[in-house]
Write a protein that binds this ligand. Sequence first.
Ligand code: AHR
Length: 314
Amino acid sequence: MRNIKWIVLVVVILSMIAPMAMAQDSGEGLTIGFSQIGSESAWRTAFTNAVKAEAEARGINLLFSDAQQEQENQIAAMQAWIAQGDVDAIVLAPVVVSGWDVVLEEARDAGIPVVIVDRNVDSDPSLYVTRVSSDFVHEGRLAAAWLVQATSGNCNIVELYGTVGSAAAEDRATGFREVIGMFSGMEIIASETGNFVRTEGKQVMESILSSEDPANICAVFAHNDDMAIGAVEAIKEAGLVPAEDILIVSVDAIPDIFDSLDAGEVNATVELSPFMGGPAFDAAIAYLNGEDVPKWIPVGGGLYTNRADYDATH
Ligand code: AHR
């Protein structure tokens, strides 16, 4: 009789522990701080919304901080979470590559794991668990490869640069230059930052169209779709036909760019998935459970010239 009581007790305890373990796997009950760059682009907003939805679906208490494009705001938010000791982990989408060492060391010293998402940092990788991101260099290569084949390797290019010092801009520029550098007829004749913002992309394109002979511009490589859409407006206002007089290739694959593709106003976009919250939470949870996590968790994406091809693969 005594033994049966013990067996029942053990079964009851085990039945309580099993759901707790499952909850830990999904992240339920965890508090995670998410330091987001801001809302400069439609892609960024989609990414924010996807992370929030993922947290809600998992029962994660997400502390969201919008840094309004300022690195110091990101660092202040992280330092507040660290000082209060109220987060189990931090997810950081860094605005620029450099300047994270001190706050990452503070997180490490407090025993709070940090997962980097989207853009990169140049800190020692031992200071963070992993980075969940696409390969921005590859995105630049894909855009360049499309442009080379569309122009038979002869093209004067305007580059609408993303935020200077950000991994997304620097790496896309690197990959793009790697490929066009193989073709003597491919040349970047102007490169200016539009900070990944639609209105700034338009302004920069307007100024380039007024300083360059438009007939000398073969294509625009925009580091994101929002700046490409801004460039489309500038090109139309200048009396030119976008995607015909001036080819346009960009990055992100936001819904608006498919409207532009449907309208024949841009030529191609490279996809950047906004669904990085799930893998980021999984990585934080795995780390908290004592599991090994690879230093890079890649998120893939292809190049699309029309909506049908994108829809067929999503
Ligand atoms: O870091 C990714 C880039 O940031 C996106 O391509 C751009 O739209 C965003 O602002």
